[in-house]
Design a protein around this ligand. Structure first.
Ligand code: TRP
Ligand code: ZN
Ligand code: CA
Length: 454
């Protein structure tokens, strides 16, 4: 896989023999962090008619599978007094349904018990074997409903989409860099009880291994908005990028920050994010303009009521949000430590003798989050006395990282070297620059090419 994007020739290029077309090359290897194996037998079936997607790309989560889980949760509620609330039989039956699917798909599941209001509550945790145990990517949703209804949008929608994402991980036999964990929380509707219990009982050493917690509570609202939590910037950007790719505008979630299970994680310093399609707030005229639906009406008129059934779902919203979850799990789970994406410029830039610093710009796009802690900077400078040269890498925000100092005694030709920079505090995307200054008279040269390996 190699894409060549035309760039701009920069610099005076006094030597006609070094003038070349500038290129930016994105090299192969971006997917090297993933291992593909034969499709496993485990997991819910993909419709037979669907083409099997590449295991390397985030899958399109089949809406029909997500809706099949919602039908099961509806049946469970119907068979258990009309709800799936904490302390009621419908809750435990919901948990057993989800657990059965995960166990069959090869997850290691754990049921955590707690007590709230005199009743036993349950959290379900599912670990996908493998990945770096010190970098855990966690996606979760609450599985309980209020007692007044079946809770299909709140929160069968998040529960079913997270379940189907986990099953897609199994179908792809995804082997991401990070360890993947999925959670279904009990007693959220009683005040985030299950998720808080989980976080409070997690040793602090374990908390610090959670690279991110992604929360999904109400993602199929019948009069939907597309809201992204405004918390960790990397997670937020990952979701926004997904919707931008669909051409669907998003807004920041403002319908009560901290009103769902991400709050206990956020309170102990875990980076969090999530998606939401709206509860009892009303859609404004401007929102109806950009998203369709009905202005002046609640995003979910059945919020916390008996009409929150399988008919209380907008399929398009559920489908988009389920795909966004998979996109985030694939991108964030495999993202930062995947080696090998190379951005290079071969635009020649002359370095004036004993003169002002010059720069060569390199546009980095399509990355998620920050640059690596071991960013490789490959430099190829042709020069007849390299001791004259001071070389810096300049991040998109202007921060300079010294690669090389001048030296009166270093009389060798050329700077052809690979430097390693801890650039983990810098956003990866943007215009990076190689800055070179010649601080002594007589010998001269030019930047031949340079590259960044993410
Ligand atoms: N389960 C939440 C509740 O009952 C629903 C909710 C309201 C929500 N506002 C939110 C979920 C904002 C996520 C973000 O309160
Ligand atoms: Zn909820
Ligand atoms: Ca010189």
């Amino acid at each position: 896989m190699s894409a060549r994007i035309p760039g701009t020739d920069r610099g005076p290029a006094r030597r006609s023999w070094i003038r070349r077309a500038a290129t930016v090359t994105v090299a192969a290897g971006a997917l090297a962090g993933l291992v593909v194996s034969a499709p496993g037998a485990a997991g819910a079936a993909q419709p037979a008619s669907a083409a099997r997607p590449s295991a390397l790309a985030p899958p399109d989560i089949p809406l029909a599978n997500v809706k099949a889980h919602l039908s099961q949760l509806q049946s469970i509620a119907t068979a258990n007094g009309g709800n799936r609330a904490h302390g009621r039989t419908g809750y435990k039956a919901s948990l057993d349904y989800v657990k059965g699917k995960l166990d069959a798909a090869g997850f290691t599941t754990t049921v955590q018990q707690f007590t709230s209001g005199g009743s036993t509550g349950y959290n379900l945790i599912a670990d996908w074997p493998g990945g770096d145990p010190d970098q855990v990517l966690f996606a979760g949703s609450h599985l309980d409903s209020v007692s007044s209804g079946a809770g299909i949008n709140d929160n069968g929608s998040g529960s079913a989409a997270v379940l189907e994402t986990a099953l897609a991980v199994s179908r792809a036999n995804l082997q991401p860099a990070k360890h993947l964990r999925f959670g279904w929380w009990g007693a959220e509707e009683l005040g985030l009880v299950g998720s808080r219990y989980y976080v409070n009982n997690l040793p602090s050493a374990e908390r610090s291994k959670i690279a991110g917690y992604l929360n999904f509570d109400m993602i199929g609202s019948p009069n939907p908005g597309y809201f992204v939590y405004d918390d960790d910037p990397t997670i937020e950007t990952t979701f926004k990028d997904y919707f931008a790719g669909l051409g669907v505008p998003t807004e920041i979630e403002t319908e009560g920050d901290g009103r769902s299970d991400h709050a206990p994680f956020k309170n102990v310093g875990v980076p969090v994010g999530g998606l939401f399609t709206g509860a009892d707030y009303r859609k404004t005229a401007a929102q109806a303009q950009k998203w369709g639906g009905t202005a002046g009406q609640a995003f979910d008129r059945c919020y916390h009521s008996s009409c929150d059934t399988t008919t209380n779902i907008n399929d398009t919203a559920l489908d988009r949000n389920a795909d966004a979850i998979a996109h985030a799990v694939w991108t964030l789970g495999t993202g930062t430590t995947q080696p090998g994406t190379v951005f290079e410029t071969t635009a020649d830039v002359s370095i004036p003798d004993n003169g002002a610093a010059v720069t060569s710009a390199l546009e980095v796009t399509g990355r998620t989050g920050n640059a690596p802690s071991a960013l490789k900077v490959g430099v190829d400078i042709k020069h007849s006395w390299r001791g004259d040269l001071v070389v810096d890498l300049v991040a998109p925000d202007g921060t300079a990282y010294r690669l090389k100092n001048s030296s009166g005694s270093d009389s060798a030709d050329n700077v052809i070297a690979t430097y390693t920079v801890n650039a983990s505090s810098e956003a990866a995307n943007g215009t990076w620059k190689l800055k070179v200054q010649d601080i002594a008279a007589q010998d001269t040269g030019y930047i031949d090419s340079w590259k960044l390996t993410f």
